[in-house]
Design a binder for this molecule. Structure first.
Ligand code: F6P
Length: 319
């Protein structure tokens, strides 16, 4: 293998730059030529390629976002778009590809793998919804961002003796809501993976108020319910002062935590190792304390479970 390319795809995640940096520097260390593709799969279709040098990734390890830019590419979902991308990679003599992104990006990566281009995935998504990796790049940073927001909202919630309903990202996954809720001491956590009972949530709030609690925080994953709706209902049922905060895309930005930078460095380097070993159609993950490669097929066939022990624990601790 002589020529490797790397791109980021789908929603960005803090730490993606550290992963790109690891791919670039590890490749150069081994004497490979390494190229960056801009805007993910769309960049393959549009021929947006650039050679990467050691300096191309200088001063990026601590930056959020992605220096390679990212996109969602409806065109790549068509056979014509896929053919254009494959032809481009063949013309450029790219023999190995590292795709940094989430589930959708890996599905695109599998298309390229099946077309004979050696492809390895690196999990980068704040949703942390990919199986066979305990952590995806960006999740730890997002959880810390939300925890910081909870801390700040608690201050004002206490001063005004209010209930705060905070909506966080997670279209299909409650991982951010659960972990930030646990870290922030939320009274209730509403996730897409489990039904919720508004009456029980209100009873809990009332029990808290009766024993002198000055504030309450409820975390809602966007895929489970609208925080505005939950807030309106609680206010109507309990006749209490409720405020709603939707954290939105600020959860996707910011300086990556040390954990995310280290994870990204390890997984980016592992991806290069796998390609050099001639492997393809795999994801480099961090699973049960080890860096481990898992075939895309297994990743797709095993939806990641919510951490139910943590879900139960959060409810116990907020009694
Ligand atoms: O990256 C995943 C995610 O953050 C989801 O949690 C969220 O629903 C979605 O991306 C939002 O994506 P967009 O950038 O298209 O608004």
């Amino acid at each position: 293998m002589k020529n490797i390319a790397v791109f980021t795809s789908g929603g960005d995640a803090p730490g993606m730059n550290a992963a790109v940096r690891a791919v670039v520097r590890k490749s150069i260390f081994h004497g490979l030529n390494v190229f960056g593709i801009k805007r993910g799969f769309q960049g393959l279709i549009n021929h947006e390629i650039m050679p990467m040098q050691l300096g191309s990734v200088a001063d990026t390890i601590h930056r959020g976002g992605t220096i390679l830019l990212t996109a969602r590419s409806p065109e790549f979902l068509t056979p014509e778009g896929q053919a254009k991308a494959i032809t481009f990679l063949q013309d450029q003599q790219i023999e190995g590809l590292v795709v940094i992104g989430g589930d959708g990006s890996f599905r695109g990566g599998r298309v390229l793998h099946e077309a004979g281009i050696k492809t390895v995935g690196v999990p980068g998504t704040i949703d942390n919804d990919i199986a066979f990796t305990d952590h995806c790049i960006g999740f730890d940073t997002a959880v810390n961002t939300v925890t910081d927001a909870i801390n700040k909202l608690r201050d004002t919630a206490t001063s005004h003796e209010r209930i705060y309903v905070i909506e966080v990202m997670g279209r299909d996954s409650g991982n951010i809501a659960l972990q930030a809720g646990l870290a922030g001491g939320a009274e209730s956590i509403i996730v897409p993976e489990a039904p919720f009972d508004l009456t029980e949530i209100c009873n809990r709030l009332q029990r808290g108020a009766q024993r002198g609690k000055l504030h309450s925080v409820i975390l809602v994953a966007e895929g489970a319910a609208s925080a505005t709706h939950i807030g309106d209902e609680i206010s109507r049922i309990l006749n209490l002062d409720v405020r709603v905060t939707i954290l939105g895309h600020l959860q996707r930005g910011g300086t990556p935590t040390a954990f995310d930078r280290i994870l990204a460095s390890r997984l980016g380097a592992k991806a290069v190792d796998l390609l050099m070993e001639g492997k393809s159609g795999l994801m480099a993950g961090f699973y049960k304390g080890e860096i481990k490669a898992t075939p895309f097929k297994e990743v797709f066939e095993n939806p990641k479970e919510l951490n139910w022990d943590d879900y139960k624990l959060a409810a116990i601790l907020a009694i």
